[in-house]
Design a protein around this ligand. Structure first.
Ligand SMILES: [Fe+2]
Length: 344
């Protein structure tokens, strides 16, 4: 990659990569800037969206579930929540592990393994079959929820996430016991409601094993760089079969990456916070989705002001739902701004 023309977008090679950052690579120089496109029709176009511009159903209806904004045939699902009131039920997802990323506001999770407060920038991990409910502690809450049919695990080199930065639930003080509770058991395609004579989020103590619910803040996760080029970002979370991988894409030292065609993974990026911008992404909560096989060029990550962002590589092909598509716009994959320039 010692091409002296790498930073000339028309002369930089376009990388074709397999298995995300871990498989075979081929690169070819072309006369054209490969991420350019004039028009696109159909569902496989690159799009961007902003969490604050979408209105999730649970914002106005306490009984509603988060609004699904993207899905895959394999069951991977992205949803958003914006609660103003507490959930009047407890939910137990029995087919997916869940990751909740709090984009804004603060949230209290009450789970079968204790109570956990989360704030902006926190990833909260709730594995399958753990019942929970949550409520906003402050206004303007927005969160993004990932449901993975495959078990998620931390897969980062030691030191990327310091053990002291992992938060665990604590036993809820002074709980109300023997409280009739609605429990919604969730599979991918249906809901089953139990009425219990007790609240499953009330526990006396965790007596065996490590608490399966935990959180970490994006700002506390280290970035990594292969000086002076930069190289791939640091992986944080993955599944055993690498169907789904989360990376820290926050600002770091390195050159702007070359144009790229990801043969196996959709690239779902969340720009979480500034003050620096990541390309044309300057509004916290901006989501960008470049489907697999679509040429693109990642933005300069060496931003002195700093920013926080994360990337999900998804082997399952994601499709926006009607709700997600509604507020989205086509995206220029050289700037990650709207296709054709900024909208008024
Ligand atoms: Fe890429």
């Amino acid at each position: 990659m010692n091409n002296p023309n790498m930073l000339d977008p028309k002369m930089a090679p376009t990388l074709w990569t397999r298995e995300g950052f871990g498989g075979p690579v081929a690169a070819a120089v072309r006369a054209a800037h490969t991420p350019s496109y004039l028009r696109v029709e159909g569902p496989h176009g690159p799009r961007r969206n902003i969490l604050a511009r979408m209105v999730p159903k649970d914002e106005s209806s306490a009984d509603a579930l988060p609004t699904v904004i993207a899905t895959s045939r394999e069951g991977l699902r992205m949803s958003m929540s914006g609660r103003k009131e507490a959930m009047p039920f407890v939910i137990r997802n029995v087919e997916c592990d869940e990751v909740h990323f709090v984009q804004s506001g603060s949230v209290r999770f009450e789970t079968e393994f204790g109570e956990l407060d989360a704030e902006a920038g926190d990833f909260v991990f709730i594995p399958r079959a753990v019942a929970y409910k949550f409520h906003p502690v402050s206004g303007g809450m927005r969160s993004l929820i990932i449901e993975s049919p495959w078990a998620l695990k931390v897969n980062a080199p030691f030191g990327v996430i310091m053990p002291s930065d992992i938060g665990r639930p604590t036993v809820k003080p002074n709980p109300t016991r023997d409280c009739e509770t609605k429990l919604v058991v969730k599979t991918r395609d249906d809901l089953t409601t139990f009425v219990l004579p007790y609240d499953p989020t009330v526990l006396l103590a965790l007596v065996i094993g490590e608490n399966p619910v935990w959180k970490v803040n994006l700002a506390k996760i280290q970035t990594g760089s292969y000086a002076p080029v930069g190289g791939p970002p640091v992986q944080i979370i993955t599944t055993a079969n690498s169907e789904f991988c989360v990376f820290n894409l926050s600002s770091r030292v390195g050159l702007r990456p070359p144009p790229h065609l990801n043969a196996d993974y959709d690239e779902f990026i969340v720009y979480a916070a500034g003050p620096g911008h990541w390309g044309a992404c300057s509004e916290p909560g901006t989501i960008t989705l470049v489907p697999k096989g679509v040429p693109h060029q990642g933005m300069d990550e060496n931003v002195p002001e700093g920013y926080l962002a994360w990337l999900v590589e998804c082997r399952p092909t994601l499709r926006w739902t009607e709700e997600g598509l509604h507020a989205s716009e086509l995206m220029d994959t050289s700037t990650y701004g709207p296709l054709g320039g900024a909208k008024p």
